[in-house]
Ligand binder design. Sequence first.
Ligand code: COI
Length: 354
Amino acid sequence: MDINIQPTQNPKPRPDPETLEFGRKFTDHMFIAEYEEGKGWYRADILPYGPLKLEPSIMALHYAQSVFEGLKCYRAADGRLLLFRPEMNFKRMNRSNERLCIPYIDEDFALHALMELIKTDGDWVPSLDGTSLYIRPFVFASECALGVHPSRRYKFMIILSPVGAYYKEGLNPVKIVIEDEYVRSVRGGIGFTKGSANYAISLKGQEKAQANGFTQALWLDGVERRYIEEVGTMNVFFKINGEVVTPMLSGSILPGVTRDSVIQLVKRKSIPLSERRVSVDELLEAQESGLLEEAFGSGTAAVISPIGSLSWKGRERIIAGAGIGELSRGLYDQLTGIQYGRLPDPFGWVREVV
Ligand code: COI
């Protein structure tokens, strides 16, 4: 399918890279493809970024049949534009699509569309250390109907946003509270997808956490309410007595691209790592006996985010002296080094935009 490109006649001023927030500014163009039952994906355009004309009855607004992805484009010191494992995102998008009865999107085509869009807006990729171009692919049900059934029309879009750090803390440790009232997901649900509804369901816990002075809520499993799952915007890792431990993918946790990359980087350092169930009790005991050496979150938006304290039922436990642990710092440096093309890429993760 050819992509029609309609360049903007009104390019926007580029934002000051020093004051970039996360996801507040958008580039000059957007990608949009259309699907209709019987026709398949039949049209693809790159258009000036701007409002969509949609009827109030589109199904995504009523029944949350929508999914998204998140990845970044980095500017290397020599000016090259680099993507980090983008094929993983489009594969995961199709797993989300499958679970939400959204039609398959050819992954090579999606990557091609992304490359074309980035080339159109290439000068929006910031070069300041720690900044990047955040990429947001998303798919939503656009049939106008109120009956509950899979939509017969969809739009697949990509928008781009030059960003700074996701958390205002940057690489400084965040304060996390373990949520004991609400749950994010249960096995058999959509926790493993990037279904938009997963994020709607997390808002209440996040609001509560922030009202109490925490950065984010850490979710427990929805059945026994004992096992650590994820933060919603990040997967989590703990270093306990020399071993790195992360919750196993149980169906209710997002299989993060950064999570997978961290696992491979840790294994390469020959540090023991296991993906298994981790209970709150185990964590608290490890912290009390001094064996919980480090904790950190991983995510595309958040990168590596050291966890300085974990709170549970009103008691705050300090981790790694509320500082940046050696492993977290090392992983951050290694990961961003590969992403920005400063370090060798032994895994072949980086794809240049050409
Ligand atoms: C990401 O890390 O890209 C995410 O999707 C998390 C959040 C910004 C929703």
